[in-house]
Ligand binder design. Sequence first.
Ligand code: AMP
Length: 282
Amino acid sequence: MIITTISELRNYLKAQRAKNKTVGLVPTMGFLHEGHLSLIRCANAENDVVVVSDFVNPTQFGPNEDYETYPRDIERDAKLAVAAGGDVVFYPSVTEMYPEGSATFVEVEGNITRVLCGASRPTHFKGVTTVVNMLFNIVKPDKAYFGQKDAQQAAVLMKMVRDTHQNIELVVCPIVREEDGLAMSSRNTYLNDEERKQATILNQALAEGEKAFLAGETAVEKLVSIIADKIKEMPLAEIDYVDIYDFPSLTEIKKIERQALAAVAVKFGKTRLIDNRILREE
Ligand code: AMP
């Protein structure tokens, strides 16, 4: 079932809650793939009712980014979401979410939103926290599901939930990859054949970094250069960042002594891809 208005969704959920049903929320920007579907399946296993939101959120795109061209296909999304265990696909218009005069944002301040993707996308996380906060207010889920693929987003949202005392459990699900290791992403559809081939280097480079770490290398500088050097083997790869931070605080570290996040963002032509690995002792 596709619902497009906040009031209709609220009415539906009120009736479910009256029957004591638990509610899981899976926020997405649509053009669903196996990564999204894994979140929906997980939500379906842990909740009575699953709401999948499908909304390309304009406030999380920068002025020269791909908001206009971001792939969209609501009919296909609705079929896939229902088949994976979604009960409702919430598909609001931009004006439904941001009515005229809307001027309120939710922002997590500090380095957590300034490092990694925050450096090249300075307003991105403000858009993410604003829209996810709206979705939390509308759906009031018991649990909300996010992918480790967007590790910084998960870290920022955990902080938002904690700082704003929201009574919602965040569940972070593992990265789903294509057979050749490329992390699934709606943006993979932008890649031409050669870019698509070379993009597998992200996962390979992170695997090399992980291998070195497990073999005893703990110096961040060294591990970063192992990962970056591997990515540079691909002529079309243009590195935005390769970095390692404590996870989930995203504080700077020189040596890995606790759980850390190795994260990369690399452009292939016009397409910017991200990937990451959690580094921890086996
Ligand atoms: P998006 O539609 O790209 O905003 O993603 C919606 C949700 O799906 C986010 O929580 C993402 O982290 C998650 N997601 C996207 N790609 C993957 C993937 N390959 N594996 C796991 N989760 C993913």
